[in-house]
Design a protein. Structure first.
Length: 392
């Protein structure tokens, strides 16, 4: 304060983070960034935009079948209807292409209403339309795509050959961006995928006591079994496999909103100690009590497990979503887990993981990943905004 006059605070620049609810990871990433930007006290006014809601009038499936595309996608995931997903993705991309003009028109009008200083996409497929529409609404303002997958797979899923900024979580994604003509000035590499800040909070001080609270043995190797927000009936098969083996382990099974699955797991006669949990926001807590992870090859699940120093056991086969298939290759390359061709080989993978010295070696490699993306990206946003305009 000078001469009794209040110090004028700098005006906040407005950012819109675009997500959709197909799979849940996109909303989670957007929400995590909003939380962290607020925690870091940056002069940024962040709002979230659900792209599905903006484009509802163009949703062909909703028009003719009464169900949103993202809701159909989530139903497919819940029921395991993923065989043939590469072909379905090509159909979806074709539909998006033929609706490009109307999509750009709707989006341009929406951006003008919100007037953000920067637009950030956390969704695939629509980055061409978003960049074109935002440039029409506000020429020169920066458009950024933050990949929430480890790679652009299949091609043009995330990365388009157009002037814009890209934030990539792996060296491979950066190489893919360069192959499409993006220069170093427009591509930023982070140390991993976006995780919610709570994954960086201290672990429980007394791990033994916390395991006992859950009815678990304080000394047994502990696996956490997690297959997304609705679980999967694979989890019952995995429990039975391990029960039929001679493995001396225990499991924490997270079922999400699938109450029928949780009830079936609780009623299963189990040789090994288990704890069954329904929907919870305390995944970091349960991971902190675990020694290894069993689940799907999603970028979020893998990154969360590695943040808690858990080696992963995942499967990869014809049912695996195309955008998740590179993740299995990445896990092998980084030697942070075991990839099986089918979930029915899970017990064998656990046996391999628990060979003398193996679990410790895997956990050291997981700990060495040191993913700090959630802290890096807000500073990247500031740098882009301070640059004054979009990539040309």
């Amino acid at each position: 304060m000078a001469d009794g006059m209040p110090v004028q605070q700098p005006s906040k620049r407005r950012i819109q983070l675009v997500f959709f609810d197909a799979g849940g990871g996109h909303r989670n990433a957007a929400t995590a960034l909003q939380v962290q930007i607020e925690r870091q006290g940056l002069p940024l006014d962040v709002s979230l935009v659900n792209l599905q809601e903006v484009l509802d009038t163009l949703d062909i499936l909703r028009k003719y079948a009464g169900i949103r595309i993202e809701d159909m996608y989530n139903k497919m995931l819940r029921n395991g209807w993923t065989l043939g997903s590469p072909q379905l993705m090509r159909v979806l991309q074709w539909v998006i292409r033929i609706n490009h003009g109307p999509t750009v028109k709707v989006l341009e009008k929406f951006w003008k209403e919100g007037a953000p200083d920067m637009l950030v996409s956390l969704v695939p497929h629509f980055n061409r339309a978003m960049r074109e529409s935002f440039d029409r609404a506000f020429p020169g303002r920066p458009f950024v795509t933050v990949l929430t997958d480890l790679a652009d797979y299949p091609k043009h899923f995330w990365i388009e050959s157009q002037p814009q900024y890209l934030v990539c979580g792996t060296e491979h994604a950066v190489e893919q961006a360069r192959e499409l003509g993006h220069t170093d000035g427009g591509v930023f590499q982070t140390s991993g995928m976006i995780l919610h800040p709570r994954f960086y909070e201290p672990d429980p001080a007394d791990r033994i006591a916390e395991r006992k609270k859950l009815g678990l043995d304080p000394d047994l190797p502990t696996g956490i079994v997690l297959f997304g927000g609705y679980g999967t009936w694979k989890m019952l098969d995995i429990l039975r496999q391990i029960n039929q083996s001679s493995l001396q382990v225990q499991l924490i099974l997270i079922c999400g909103k699938n109450e029928r699955l949780a009830a079936a797991l609780r009623s299963e006669k189990s040789r090994i100690p288990i704890h069954v949990e329904g929907f919870t926001t305390q995944i970091p807590y349960f991971m902190a009590l675990s020694d290894f992870f069993i689940g799907k090859p999603g970028p979020g699940s893998i990154s969360e497990a590695l943040a808690k120093h858990l080696p992963v056991i995942i499967d990869c086969n014809a049912w695996t979503l195309p955008q998740e298939r590179y993740n299995a290759q990445w896990v092998r390359e980084k030697a942070v887990g075991i990839v099986v061709p089918n979930h029915r080989q899970t017990a064998g993978a656990v046996t391999q993981l628990l060979q003398p010295g193996e679990l410790e070696r895997y956990r050291r490699r997981a700990a060495a990943m040191h993913n700090q993306a959630i802290f890096e990206i807000p500073r990247i946003f500031e740098k882009i905004l301070n640059n004054g305009n979009g990539v040309q």
